[in-house]
Design a binder for this molecule. Sequence first.
Ligand code: ZN
Ligand code: ZN
Length: 89
Amino acid sequence: MSDKKLPEHPGKRECGTYLITGNCNLKKRCKYHQPKNITPIEPGLTLNENGLPLRPNKAICPHFSRFGLCKSGPTCKFDHSSSSSRSKL
Ligand SMILES: [Zn+2]
Ligand SMILES: [Zn+2]
């Protein structure tokens, strides 16, 4: 409960996830800088393990569905849920 503070590492790269969602899955383990006063671009957005946004009500990202990756990163407007990659052989 009292552990809501995210680490600040002035001088380091800013945490991309944090800048967009206002939150970071890694919390205190994050090694990037997470400045206190930011306005998240999309608060509440969920990112997958690769830091790509999950948008269940959007179309699947064409790059992600084909190559399993996406250059647009967290700001991509498409869905990146990994349901297409569950056909493991
Ligand atoms: Zn972070
Ligand atoms: Zn994408």
